[in-house]
Design a binder for this molecule. Structure first.
Ligand code: SF4
Length: 286
């Protein structure tokens, strides 16, 4: 299980999805993000997980993608080379690659907006070096694809970083760049890491010793020690969520749930919950 880059893993994700075939079609596929979507709004889950509607890139998710890629590449360097200067140079490269990718064309930043946005990203890198000394870390896995299949679900996703301590215990770390408030809003900030701890426990028989959330905006590191009770409780919640999704599919009943999260929703313009609002706006424009 050697470290690989995030883009390759995401490509592998797509490949695995296509190869999974009919046998896996009946499974409810859940990542922390998809589980969070359903809890936030079943209609949003449908748009993303079932209809697979395209979504334009936004500055928050793109910044998250860029910082994750920079930190992954930083940790592939020898420890002595993991400096802020190298991190900045990596960011220049990563941003040039992202800009050349048609997926990110919808960002449409003018030069001033781009400079301000890059300055914010640089601030996240500075904060990273404030809370962590990367020369002292020995990652075992970076951007690591994991999955666990149950009778009803396929739990899957990418862990930002895994360290194996000298005593053999595992520590999972997750970088938060202020990408989206949806997971925090719906399920709590440790939901993703607990989800991955559960997958590690069930797949490898190894319950991580420690979960670390690196909030790069604040900056701060928050930790949590997972327990069997905590993870079995989560497992039951995910089963209940999967049952709810299966029922919603059978009835084709994915109800919109309006909240302040609608302000971040890329599908608001077609959401049935906002039909009346659109009609009023159309009438006013006549
Ligand atoms: S606009 Fe709001 S209610 Fe509609 S799909 Fe998006 S999050 Fe759900």
């Amino acid at each position: 299980m050697s470290p690989t880059n995030a883009a390759a893993l995401r490509d592998a994700d797509r490949l695995k999805e296509s190869q999974a075939g009919a046998a896996a079609d009946s499974l409810v596929r859940l990542s922390p993000s998809r589980a969070s979507d359903y809890k936030t709004c079943p209609q949003l889950f449908k748009y993303r997980a079932i209809d697979r509607l395209p979504e334009p890139a936004d500055i928050y998710s793109t910044r998250g993608t860029m910082i994750h890629a920079v930190l992954e590449q930083l940790y592939l360097l020898d420890p002595a080379e993991r400096t802020i200067q190298r991190a900045r140079a990596l960011m220049v490269q990563v941003w040039a690659n992202l800009k050349a990718d048609p997926e990110y064309a919808s960002l449409e930043l003018d030069s001033q907006e781009e400079a301000a946005w890059l300055e914010q990203a640089d601030g996240l890198l500075i904060n990273f070096f404030r809370v962590e000394d990367p020369t002292t870390i020995s990652p075992h896995e970076l951007e690591w694809w994991v999955e666990h299949q149950t009778e009803m679900t396929l739990l899957r996703g990418i862990i930002d970083r895994v360290e194996v301590m000298p005593d053999g215990e595992w520590v999972l770390s997750d970088y938060k760049t202020g990408r989206s408030p949806s997971e925090t809003y719906a399920l709590g900030s440790f939901f993703g890491l607990k989800f991955y701890a559960l997958v590690c426990w069930r797949t490898f028989g190894k319950m991580p010793k420690l979960l670390r959330l690196l909030h790069l905006k604040e900056p701060e590191i928050i930790t949590l020690v997972p327990t069997a009770q905590m993870l079995t409780g989560l497992e039951k919640q995910l089963d209940a969520l999967a049952h709810a999704i299966v029922r919603a599919k059978e009835k084709d009943d994915f109800r919109p749930r309006m909240s302040h999260m609608c302000n971040y929703c890329p599908h608001k313009a077609i959401c049935p919950a906002y039909e009346a609002e659109r009609e009023v706006a159309a009438a006013a424009a006549l």
